[in-house]
Each structure stands twice: as structure tokens, then as C-alpha cells.
Ligand binder design. Structure first.
Ligand code: FMN
Length: 437
């Protein structure tokens, strides 16, 4: 096999009490506020040459089960969630090469604020900041910000296009060389190189210039995760990296082919955006042990069926509590994550709701990866060879120091031995490393 190395990134589902009740989580229920485990995670994945760590965010407490928050609070499901940009700054301080990508939702932060926060993160990290651009998907989150409901799905993406335009123009509001810092003349900044943007659009207004100054990368890295046609189009137009969750190798191929074709139509070189596919590797010391761990997922899903339904409800905005578990899955629509619902419906195929929930909850990422570190490394290599690139977004549902070590000290060295991922960073800035191969 002779393929280019591929990229790895980590998807952290909030800095929070991860995997409450799971084994090997130490004293996380007492220690989570300091973010210590998540800073260790950042250090460890940097040691392993990951491109970036993406910090998910949603800005509300789930209420998608019996229209109550109880099941989410009792079981620590996606709550607590700390402000990701604060934790991102701490991560930047304990690393030197890793890209740090907090999520900022377009409905919750004004574009000026996003440009300023991500620009500042880029400064304090020496050019390693990214922004996970999401539109949000739950009315509950909108209600925390004075909205009765979020705009309709496709309108959210139209708004996002204008939003990204404003953010990038604000980043561009300082020309290169604007900071003169001439001690002899006493001039710090050349006023002729700092411009207003005077944006008055359909959805946003902003005067500029950005008062926080230029970002080392010029434009920090933009990450996006849209799965629907509108979401993919935005990603193809603006993203430097896409985190995607299509199902199966054919789904991965189609997704990447589509986005790359759309990039070309927008006049972009498709190699300037790296598409990473969600993966949840299940590792064991032997094939048998890994298979047993994988089989346990269905057992646990059946045991905690209400929680699993609430979790699916959280991503799809559907309250399943009144649905009959033993009847076929009803017809479903959403103003939330359309592609997540599509994945669920595809999995459901003629099954009862109970069977569909168990099947959906037992399949992790875009493809199942189960085995010893070496056999999973081989599987990942084969998949990338077939799909064509560009790498994987590791998303563990049970983040602990032990499960992180299985990846960083088990799987990654096996990938490195096969020449499939980098051993060392070749650049200091995030985008340069991302586009290095
Ligand atoms: C890997 C991944 C990470 C995501 N992270 C977030 C997030 O942090 N916050 C959020 O509101 N949505 C997040 N989403 C949801 C996407 O923004 C998007 O709504 C979803 O993929 C469905 O796409 P669609 O809206 O185009 O149907 C994520 C999706 C994926 C696949």
C-alpha cells in the first residue's frame, strides 16, 4: 500500500463530566471544573501529532424527553457544558502545535464577537486557532438568547453565509504590515492599513475594524459539519476542514466527492479543505476482547433505552417519550440536524423504535472500527485508500485517561508504524500543518 498519510483530529463533546458512571473516569465528578483531564487530553493528542481538537457546544440543557430536563440532569447527559472558548484558551496554553477549535454558534455570538474571540485565540496560541461554525439546531438554545425559536434550517445556513463573510472581512480589516512598531518614529500602527468594513447586510451589521488586531494566520481555520445539501454547500464554500458523519464507505466517498466538486465550482482547490470522518475505534488487547466490547454497546443501549432515545431526541429535536417503543418508527421530520435524522431513519428501515434505537446507538462513527490497535490501524488505512482521504475525527463516548491512552499510546503508534499518520509536525501554524499533505 502506498498512500499519503492522513489527518487525525479529536472531537470532545464538551468539557464536562464525560461518561458519568462509566469505568475509569477517576474523580471526574469532583475535578471537571478545572478542565485538568481535558488539558491532559490536549497534551496527549499533541504528542500523537493530531491536527486539532474540536470542542463541541450546544448552549442549552436538553429537554427532549417528556418535555423535562430530568433525564439529562440526572444522568449528566450533555450537561454541564463549560464555555468552550475559555477552555480553548487553557488548551492553547499547555500546547505548542495542536490546532484548537472551539464551537461558536451563529445565533449566540455576534459576528464581531466571534471574529474577536477566535482572532484573539489565534494570537495567544501563535496561529493555532480554529472556529467550528455551527448554526445551532434547538429552539431551547435559541430561547436562552431571546429567540422564541431558531430560524428555519435552510435560512440558518443563508444567515451563516453572510455571518462568515462578516467574520472573514473583520479578520481582513488589518492589512499585513499594519503593525509598524517603529521605535524611532514612535508609530505603532499605520492607520492607512486598518479599515472599517461597514457591513450592512440582510441579517447583520458591523462597522469594524476589529479592535483586537490582526491574527497570525490572517484568517484562522474554519471547521464546519453540515450534512444536508445546504450544509455541504456552505462547507464547500468556506471551510478549511469538514467534520462529517456519513454512514459507510460509500457514504464517505459520496460525501467527499460531492464537497470537492462543489469546491471546484466555487473556484477553490479541493485539496485546501480536509474532510475528516467521525470514528469511534473500539480497541482490545485481542480481537476477541474488542469484539466483546463492541457487542456490549447493544446490551447497554437496550438497558438504557430511555436515555438513548433522549440523546437521539437531543440531536434531532424530537421528543420520543410518547412514541410506542414496539411499533415501527413513525414518520419523522425536524428543523434540527437533518442529516442526523436521516442517518437514524436509514438505520430504522422497517424496525421497531426499540430496535432502531439499539442499532443506531450501537454503531459509532462513519464505519465500525473494532480490533487490536494494529488491526484497526490496518482497517483505517484500507478505508482511507478506498475513500481517498483525508482522515478521521476520533469521537469517544467514554473519554477517560484510559480510553485516551488506548488511542494515543495504542492506536496512533500502530498507525505511525504503517506510515499512515505523521510522527512530527512540520509547521508551527495550524493551517500549514493541515495542508501539509
Ligand atoms: C462531528 C460533528 C460535530 C458537530 N458539532 C456540533 C456542535 O458542536 N454544535 C452544534 O450545534 N452542532 C454540531 N454539529 C451539528 C452540525 O453543525 C450540523 O447541524 C449537523 O451535522 C447536521 O447537518 P445539517 O444541519 O446540514 O443537516 C456537529 C456535527 C458533526 C457531524
Amino acid at each position: 500500500m502506498n498512500i499519503d498519510p492522513f489527518h487525525l483530529a479529536w472531537f470532545l463533546q464538551g468539557s464536562s463530566i464525560q461518561a458519568w458512571g462509566a469505568d475509569w473516569t477517576g474523580n471526574i465528578s469532583e475535578e471537571w471544573m478545572s478542565a485538568g483531564m481535558f488539558l491532559d487530553l490536549a497534551r496527549n493528542i499533541e504528542r500523537s501529532g493530531f491536527d486539532y481538537l474540536l470542542l463541541e457546544d450546544s448552549i442549552y440543557i436538553g429537554q427532549n424527553w417528556q418535555n423535562k430536563r430530568d433525564i439529562f440532569l440526572t444522568n449528566g447527559m450533555s450537561v454541564p457544558r463549560q464555555e468552550p472558548t475559555v477552555v480553548a484558551s487553557l488548551m492553547a496554553a499547555v500546547t505548542t502545535r495542536l490546532g484548537i477549535v472551539p464551537t461558536l454558534s451563529t445565533f449566540a455570538y455576534h459576528p464581531y464577537l466571534t471574529a474577536r474571540i477566535v482572532g484573539t485565540l489565534d494570537q495567544v496560541s501563535d496561529g493555532r486557532a480554529g472556529w467550528n461554525m455551527v448554526t445551532g439546531s434547538s429552539d431551547f438554545s435559541g430561547q436562552n438568547f431571546g429567540l422564541d425559536q431558531l430560524p428555519e434550517h435552510d435560512t440558518r445556513y443563508d444567515m451563516a453565509a453572510e455571518y462568515i463573510d462578516v467574520v472573514t472581512r473583520l479578520w481582513d480589516s488589518w492589512e499585513p504590515g499594519a503593525i509598524v512598531a517603529d521605535r524611532k518614529t514612535g508609530v505603532l500602527i499605520d492607520p492607512g492599513k486598518v479599515h472599517t468594513i461597514d457591513h450592512v447586510g440582510e441579517y447583520y451589521k458591523s462597522r469594524g475594524p476589529l479592535n483586537s488586531g490582526p491574527a497570525p494566520q490572517g484568517r484562522p481555520v474554519i471547521a464546519q459539519a453540515g450534512g444536508s445539501p445546504k450544509g455541504r454547500a456552505i462547507a464547500a464554500r468556506y471551510a478549511d476542514t469538514i467534520v462529517a458523519h456519513p454512514k459507510g464507505i460509500d457514504g464517505m466517498k459520496d460525501y467527499r466527492r460531492d464537497v470537492r466538486a462543489q469546491m471546484q465550482a466555487f473556484g477553490r482547490d479541493p485539496n485546501t479543505c480536509k474532510v475528516l470522518f467521525m470514528a469511534y475505534p473500539i480497541l482490545g488487547d485481542t480481537e476477541q476482547e474488542a469484539k466483546e466490547k463492541a457487542d456490549m454497546r447493544a446490551v447497554l443501549a437496550a438497558r438504557n433505552i430511555e436515555q438513548r432515545m433522549a440523546q437521539i431526541g437531543w440531536t434531532t429535536n424530537i421528543d420520543f417519550s410518547s412514541h410506542d417503543l414496539d411499533a415501527p418508527v413513525a414518520e419523522l421530520t425536524t428543523n434540527g440536524h437533518q442529516s442526523s435524522l436521516d442517518n437514524f431513519i436509514r438505520k430504522a428501515g422497517g424496525k421497531t423504535l426499540r430496535e432502531a434505537v439499539i442499532a443506531y446507538s450501537s454503531s459509532g462513527g462513519s464505519v465500525d472500527l473494532v480490533g487490536t490497535p494494529d488491526s484497526v490501524a490496518a482497517q483505517m488505512g484500507d478505508i482511507m485508500e478506498e475513500v481517498g482521504g483525508d482522515g478521521f475525527l476520533i469521537a469517544l463516548p467514554n473519554v477517560s485517561r484510559k480510553s485516551v491512552a488506548e488511542i494515543t499510546d495504542g492506536l496512533v503508534p500502530a498507525l505511525q508504524q504503517r506510515g499512515l499518520v505523521r510522527k512530527k509536525y512540520s509547521h508551527t501554524q495550524f493551517r500549514d500543518n493541515l495542508l501539509a499533505f
